[in-house]
Design a protein around this ligand. Structure first.
Ligand code: ADP
Length: 676
C-alpha cells in the first residue's frame, strides 16, 4: 500500500512533501531528493539548504503564518537544482484535518513556475522599458536596464549589448553591467568577424558557441583567449534587427563555468531579442527625431520661421508658437481666417485673397504680404506652402512662414545706399571732368561767337554775302546743337535717376564717354586706342549706369598712369562678343598695376590706395555689373599696368544689333579725332 502511495506521489507533476502541525517536515518525495540532489538520508535535516538564501527568511515567515492560520496557502520561492541552478517554484500547502477540524498534518506540492515567472517578468520589463524609451531616458541607461532584465529572467548568465554606430560600420559598447568592461570592450574592438558578436552583426544571424573549449571556429581568434581567461564557457550572440531588416546591434548572453545553467531556450531568447530590438530602434529613432526637432526649432528661431497647416475643405488652421508671436496674437486663442486677414496690410488684402483662391486649387505656392501691426509698424511675411492630400483626398497645406522684415528693410536701404553711392562716385569724378566739360562746351560756344560775327560781317558787306552768311548761320546752329548735346549728356550722366532697362549699344556708350573725356586724355598725355567689335549685340541694361562703370574704369586707368613717365601712357578700350559670356568690354592701361597685390581686392568697398580716394568706385561698378547679370574682373598685364573687363549677356530678344560700326581710332597728343 505504501509502495503504491509512493508511486502515485512520484507520478505527480511536482515535488511532494508533508509536515507535522508544528511545521516539522516529515516526508519529502523521491523527486524532491532527485531534483535538489540532496541524499534521501539527509533530506529531512537539510531541505532548507535547497531554498534560495534570499527567499528562505520570507518562506519561513509565511510558513509560520500558515501554521497559525491553518488555511491553505501558496508561496513562491526558488529551489536549487542538483546542478546548482535556482528555479522558481510555487509551493502550495494544504492542511489535513481530523473529524473535529484540527490540523493533523500538512501536505504540500511544489510545482516549477520558472517559465511563467520569466514570461511575467519579461512582460513587466517590456512595459517598463517602453515607458523608459517614451520618457526619453538615455540609451545607455535603457540598455543597462535591459541587460539586467535579461540576467534576472535567465538566471545564471551575463548579458551585453553592442550597438551599431549610426553609419552602420562599427559596433560600440551599449551596456554590459555584469561583465568586466575591458573584456567586453576588447571583444568589440577586435577585428571584424573574429568573435561571435561581430560575426552575428556581419552575417545578421545568431551565433551560438555552446562550449567554447570544444568549438574549433575560434581557435585562432584573440577573443577566445580573452574569453577563456574570463572563464567564459558559452556565448549566444543574436543580432538586433530593425523593422526594415537593418542590423542595429547584437545582444550577447555569456555563461561562465561557475554558472553551469543550460543556455536559454530559443523562445525566451527570441523574446529578449525582440524587446531589445524594439528598445534600440525606438531609442535611436527618438533620439534622431529629437535631434532634428531641436535643429528645426533652433533653425526656426534663428531664421524667424514659423510653421502652419491648413485643411482647405474644413478651413482648420494650426499655427506654431512662432507664428503667434509674429502676428502678435494670443496663443491660447484659435486662429481664424478673419483674424489673420485683419492683420494683413490693407494694400495687400487683395493679393492675400488671391492667395486663398490659389489654395483651393491645391498647388504649391509662395507668397509675400505685409502685416500692419497695432502700433502701425509694418512686417513683411514670406510664405512657402506645400500641398498634400490625406487618405480621403482632402488637400492640406503644410507651410513655412518667415518674417523677412529685416531683410526687406536692409534691401531697401542697400538699394538707396547704392544709388546714393553711385551718385557720389559720379560727383567725385566731376572735378576731374570739369576741365573736359569746359573745353567741350567752350569749343562750340566760341564757334558760335565766331560764326555769328562772321555772319554779321557778311551781311554788312556791300553787296551782302548772302550765301556765306547762310553757311555761317548754319554752322552757328550746328555748334549750338553740339553744345546742347554735351549738356544733355552731362545731365544724364550726373543726374540721380533710377535704373531704366533698355537696349544698350555698348560701342555707342563708349564713344560718348570718350568724346566727353577727350580733352582730359589729351591733357594727361595719354594715347587711346579703341577697338570696337562690329555687329556687337545689344545688352539689356541701364545705359547711364553702364556708362558710369566705363567712366570709372577710364578715370582709374588715367590715375594709375598719372605718375608714369618711363613708358608711353597707353589706354586700350575694346569691345568683343563671346558666345559664352556675351558682350565684353575691357580697359587696359600701362599704369602702376597692382604692385603684387591680389587684383580682386580692388573691388572691396572702401579699398583705396589713393590719398584722396574713397574706394567705392569699383565696388559700385561691380554691383552695377552684377545687377546686369554680368561679371567684372581685373587682371595684371604682362607688360605692366592693369586690365579691367566686364561682360554682360547679350539682350535675349535679338541676335545681332549695335550700331554695326567697327572702328579703330587713336586719340592723344598727336591726334585730334573727329567726333564719330
Ligand atoms: P578710389 O577712387 O578710391 O581709388 P576705386 O574703387 O575706384 O576707388 O578703386 C580702388 C582701388 O583700386 C584704387 O585705389 C587702386 O588702388 C585700385 N585700382 C583701380 N583701378 C586701377 C588701375 N587701373 N590700375 C591699378 N590699380 C587700380
Amino acid at each position: 500500500m505504501e509502495n503504491e502511495f509512493l508511486q502515485v506521489v512520484d507520478a505527480l507533476p511536482g515535488l511532494v512533501w508533508t509536515a507535522l502541525p508544528n511545521g516539522e517536515v516529515t516526508f519529502l518525495s523521491r523527486r524532491w531528493c532527485e531534483y535538489t540532489g540532496i541524499s534521501a538520508e539527509n533530506i529531512l535535516q537539510y531541505w532548507q539548504d535547497a531554498i534560495h538564501p534570499d527567499d528562505l527568511p520570507e518562506l519561513l515567515r509565511r510558513w509560520s503564518d500558515n501554521l497559525t492560520s491553518g488555511e491553505p496557502r501558496e508561496i513562491d520561492a526558488r529551489l536549487r537544482r542538483f546542478d546548482g541552478e535556482y528555479r522558481w517554484f510555487l509551493i502550495r500547502t494544504r492542511p489535513i484535518l481530523d473529524a473535529s477540524g484540527h490540523v493533523v498534518k500538512w501536505c504540500g506540492l511544489n510545482t516549477e513556475i520558472e517559465d511563467r515567472r520569466r514570461m511575467e517578468a519579461l512582460l513587466a520589463g517590456e512595459t517598463e522599458l517602453l515607458e523608459m524609451v517614451a520618457g526619453a531616458r538615455p540609451m545607455p541607461v535603457i540598455l543597462e536596464w535591459l541587460c539586467r532584465l535579461v540576467e534576472s529572467v535567465a538566471a545564471g548568465c551575463y548579458c551585453s549589448i553592442a550597438v551599431m554606430q549610426q553609419e552602420g560600420e562599427r559596433l560600440e559598447l551599449g551596456a554590459a553591467p555584469s561583465l568586466p568592461r575591458e573584456f567586453i570592450q576588447s571583444v568589440i574592438d577586435g577585428p571584424a568577424d573574429s568573435d561571435p558578436c561581430a560575426t552575428a552583426a556581419l552575417s545578421n544571424q545568431q551565433v551560438i558557441v555552446a562550449d567554447l573549449l570544444a568549438d574549433c571556429r575560434w581557435e585562432r581568434c584573440s577573443w577566445r583567449q580573452l574569453a577563456v581567461h574570463r572563464r567564459i564557457d558559452a556565448c549566444w550572440s543574436t543580432p538586433l534587427v530593425s523593422a526594415s531588416g537593418k542590423v542595429m546591434g547584437v545582444c550577447s548572453i555569456h555563461y561562465d563555468r561557475r554558472r553551469t545553467s543550460a543556455p536559454l531556450d530559443h523562445e525566451l531568447m527570441g523574446q529578449i531579442v525582440r524587446i531589445a530590438s524594439v528598445a534600440v530602434e525606438r531609442t535611436q529613432r527618438d533620439a534622431t527625431l529629437r535631434r532634428s526637432e531641436a535643429f528645426l526649432a533652433e533653425t526656426r528661431r534663428l531664421s524667424s520661421t514659423g510653421g502652419f497647416s491648413k485643411c482647405v475643405s474644413t478651413g482648420e488652421i494650426n499655427w506654431s508658437d512662432e507664428v503667434y508671436r509674429m502676428f502678435e496674437f494670443d496663443a491660447s486663442k484659435p486662429v481664424s481666417l478673419e483674424l489673420i486677414r485683419s492683420r494683413v496690410h490693407p494694400e495687400d488684402r487683395a493679393s492675400f485673397d488671391d492667395m486663398l483662391d490659389r489654395q483651393q486649387r491645391g498647388i504649391d505656392y509662395e507668397h509675400e504680404y505685409r502685416l500692419l501691426m497695432p502700433d502701425q509698424s509694418v512686417k513683411y511675411m514670406h510664405v512657402v506652402a506645400h500641398a498634400t492630400k490625406d487618405v480621403s483626398g482632402r488637400v492640406e497645406y503644410i507651410a513655412a512662414i518667415q518674417d523677412v522684415t529685416e531683410r526687406r528693410r536692409s534691401e531697401a536701404a542697400l538699394i538707396e545706399a547704392r544709388s546714393e553711392l553711385a551718385r557720389v562716385a559720379r560727383a567725385s569724378s566731376f572735378g576731374v571732368l570739369t576741365a573736359s566739360i569746359a573745353h567741350e562746351v567752350n569749343q562750340p560756344l566760341s564757334g558760335i561767337i565766331t560764326n555769328a560775327s562772321t555772319c554779321l560781317r557778311m551781311l554788312g558787306a556791300d553787296p551782302p554775302n548772302l550765301d556765306g552768311a547762310r553757311e555761317t548761320a548754319r554752322r552757328t546752329i550746328r555748334d549750338g546743337n553740339r553744345a546742347s548735346d554735351v549738356i544733355k549728356r552731362l545731365r544724364a550722366l550726373f543726374g540721380k535717376t533710377d535704373a531704366t532697362i533698355e537696349n544698350v549699344d555698348l560701342n555707342e556708350s563708349i564713344n560718348e564717354i570718350v568724346t566727353l573725356f577727350r580733352s582730359e586724355l589729351h591733357r594727361s598725355r595719354v594715347t587711346v586706342q579703341i577697338e570696337l567689335a562690329g555687329d556687337l549685340p545689344y545688352v539689356a541694361g541701364d545705359r547711364i549706369q553702364l556708362q558710369q562703370v566705363i567712366l570709372n574704369l577710364l578715370l582709374n586707368a588715367l590715375e594709375a598712369m598719372s605718375g608714369i613717365d618711363d613708358r608711353p601712357r597707353q589706354l586700350l578700350v575694346k569691345t568683343e562678343y563671346h558666345a559664352a559670356d556675351g558682350v565684353r568690354v575691357s580697359v587696359a592701361d600701362t599704369g602702376t598695376g597692382f604692385g603684387g597685390h591680389e587684383p580682386m581686392r580692388v573691388f572691396d568697398p572702401f579699398y583705396t590706395t589713393k590719398p584722396g580716394g574713397m574706394g567705392i568706385g569699383l565696388s559700385v561698378s561691380k554691383s552695377i555689373i552684377d545687377n546686369h547679370d554680368g561679371r567684372l574682373w581685373a587682371a595684371s598685364n604682362d607688360s605692366g599696368g592693369a586690365t579691367f573687363s566686364f561682360s554682360i549677356p547679350k539682350h535675349p530678344k535679338q541676335h545681332k544689333g549695335g550700331n554695326g560700326r567697327t572702328g579703330r581710332w587713336i586719340a592723344g597728343v598727336t591726334d585730334s579725332p573727329q567726333s564719330k
